[in-house]
Design a protein around this ligand. Structure first.
Ligand code: PLP
Length: 411
């Protein structure tokens, strides 16, 4: 038994998911479970969501085919969209496991057509979703070129366009002008397709920031990830009314704006009371005190001697380190909760272990240490870490490695 573990509370996952459903009303949900369900365990998370009866997600989404294979091996039957483009060597898995590929290039079509001959004996037409680049500039066919690509695909007997989608660059920011421009570009394409009676299946765009704040981007389906896991994508995305919502025309005039740099990483004014979807963090991280000792005034603690004792004092050490996802950037700048009280973590974080000063408190070997989570009115949040590490909850949650076992509770 490893002493450090993450508790994944499935009851909280269910409540978060239902709260998203309530907000979006009759729109479908594609549950994003890539990157091991943001560190929560892809098989367990998807199996649980899939067990939610008539409220379950209509689709799942992953980044890569091998993640989808894990889902199929866990008996997940729902349609699975693979976000990332594929190469020839990955095409067999797409057919064998009945996955939906993302396409946005003639090369994708060529690979899939060849693979259909080889592996697609039971498949009459290949289901795909077309990804349109409206400004994220990571993946997808440019919105100005997409019409001709989709038109050709729509009359191709080997293919069925099951969906069309785009992805936002900064829907979680307070300033929605660029997201509104992306919506405008996507809408212009959809209008042209409609006018030409070209069927595109399910239309989708909204990640978590857009689910909270941009109902005009819901279309037929939304694609939340981080919200399901109980974290907001930024300190300010709310779902409330937004005075800073600029018009798409204004963003158009500004062109590709030079300075839409997010102010979100400043973490000022985090206030969850005005959020339109109530969330509970699904993951908490727990460890145990595994040793305790006294050091004299002037003694230092850990590599690099970055902490010096101001008094004769008691130190405890706890078996979690940067190899587990407790980032070295937190050295001397974080806290944990033991028996309902917060203690300062001291000295450099090491690969397998961190230390705390407990002074004269009665903390014993074996006592629980709340690394992330709540205990008796005290709380350490993912955002507390984000502030120190200048990062986002996504990176913190994905950062917990294999050695931190996942323990599933509730349901
Ligand atoms: C294409 C796509 N859609 C949806 C999501 C979900 O995003 P979020 O976790 O912000 O909801 C992601 C995640 O990065 C993504 O890449």
């Amino acid at each position: 038994m490893h002493l450090s573990y993450a508790v994944i509370d499935l009851s909280k996952l269910r409540r978060n998911f239902f709260n998203i459903r309530k907000k979006i009303k009759n729109v479908k949900i594609m549950a994003v479970v890539k990157a091991d369900a943001y560190g929560h365990g892809i098989k367990e998370t998807a199996a649980f969501l899939s067990s939610l009866g008539n409220k379950k997600p209509e689709y799942f989404a992953v980044a890569f085919p091998d993640e989808a294979v894990e889902l199929r091996e866990a008996k997940i039957k729902e349609p699975i969209l693979v976000f990332e483009p594929f190469i020839k060597d990955q095409a067999e898995d797409l057919f064998r496991y009945n996955l939906i590929a993302t396409v946005f290039d003639d090369e994708h079509i060529r690979i899939l057509r060849n693979a259909l001959k080889k592996y697609g004996k039971r498949v009459s037409r290949i289901k795909v979703h077309v990804k349109v680049n409206t400004g994220m500039n990571r993946l997808g066919i440019n919105h100005t070129e997409a019409f001709n690509f989709i038109k050709r695909l729509s009359v191709d007997k080997d293919f069925e366009i099951d969906g069309i989608y785009t992805h936002f660059a900064n829907s979680e920011d307070k300033d929605k002008s660029f997201a509104m421009l992306q919506i405008k570009r996507f809408n212009a394409l959809l209008k042209k397709l409609d006018e030409n009676k070209i069927k595109t299946g399910i239309r989708h765009a909204a990640n978590s920031g857009a689910v909270l704040d941009l109902p005009e981007s819901y279309y037929d389906m939304v694609r939340p990830g981080i919200l399901m896991y109980g974290q907001y994508p930024s300190p300010t995305a709310s779902g409330g009314s937004l005075s800073a919502r600029f018009s798409a025309r204004r963003a158009d005039q500004a062109g590709i704006r030079k300075g839409i740099n997010s102010d979100e990483t400043s973490h000022k004014g985090i206030n969850n009371s005005n959020r339109s979807i109530k969330l509970e963090p699904v993951m908490s991280v727990v460890s145990r005190v595994s040793s305790r000792f006294v050091i004299d005034k002037g003694e230092t603690v850990s590599y690099g001697r970055k902490f010096t004792a101001k008094r004769r004092t008691t130190i405890i050490s706890v078996p979690i380190g940067y190899a587990d996802g407790f980032s070295r950037g937190l050295s001397n700048r974080s806290q944990a909760i033991i028996n309902g009280k917060k203690y300062n973590q001291i000295g450099s974080v090491t690969m397998d272990r961190i230390m705390f000063e407990i002074k004269n408190d009665n903390v014993k070997v074996g006592d629980k240490v709340i690394i992330l989570g709540k205990d008796k009115g005290e709380e350490i949040t993912v955002w507390d870490w984000c502030k120190v590490l200048h990062t986002i909850p996504y990176e913190v949650m994905c950062g917990f490695r294999k050695r931190i076992s996942r323990v599933y509770r509730g349901g």
